[in-house]
Design a protein around this ligand. Structure first.
Ligand code: SME
Length: 138
């Protein structure tokens, strides 16, 4: 997966494809990258239904909150989250894990699930390990 010489874009796309295919409760998997000049997140590679939310201001929605805090966020029931941007009515839960480079937020992985409260500490740990490897590409 982490072949030398593979572009960052391709690596992120491959990670999305594998995670969506292998993990039953992952229904939409994508990366948002920080655009520092505009203080917003820009959608990178993803797998799942197209989303209107290709640009998200830092602070807005679950994704924007993680960009601001640099901390993972698990939302087991999106209907109970006030600061949430709905992408699809099928989505019940969401996990967002930051990619940190030298203690600075650079990107995040965002996963939507059609299952209710499917995420455990294992998801966070596993996705955190992936994001640590991804950080080397920034
Ligand atoms: N639900 C996210 C928006 C991105 S979509 O899930 C792809 C949020 O609240 O930030």
């Amino acid at each position: 997966l982490f072949d030398a010489g593979k572009s960052r874009e391709q690596l992120l796309a491959d990670i999305c494809a594998i995670l969506k295919e292998k993990v039953y409760h992952y229904d939409w998997v994508g990366f948002y990258l920080l655009d520092e000049n505009n203080n917003e997140l820009v959608l990178g590679p993803y797998v799942g239904k197209p989303t209107d939310h290709t640009h998200i201001p830092v602070g807005k929605g679950v994704c924007g909150q993680v960009a601001e805090s640099g901390l993972s966020k698990v939302v087991q029931d999106v209907s109970a989250e006030n600061n949430y941007i709905a992408c699809s009515i099928d989505v019940q839960s969401e996990i967002v894990v930051p990619v940190m480079k030298n203690d600075k937020f650079v990107a995040e992985i965002d996963i939507d699930s059609h299952s209710a409260a499917p995420f455990t500490g294992e998801d966070e740990q596993f996705l955190g390990a992936i994001c640590e490897m991804v950080a080397e590409q920034f």
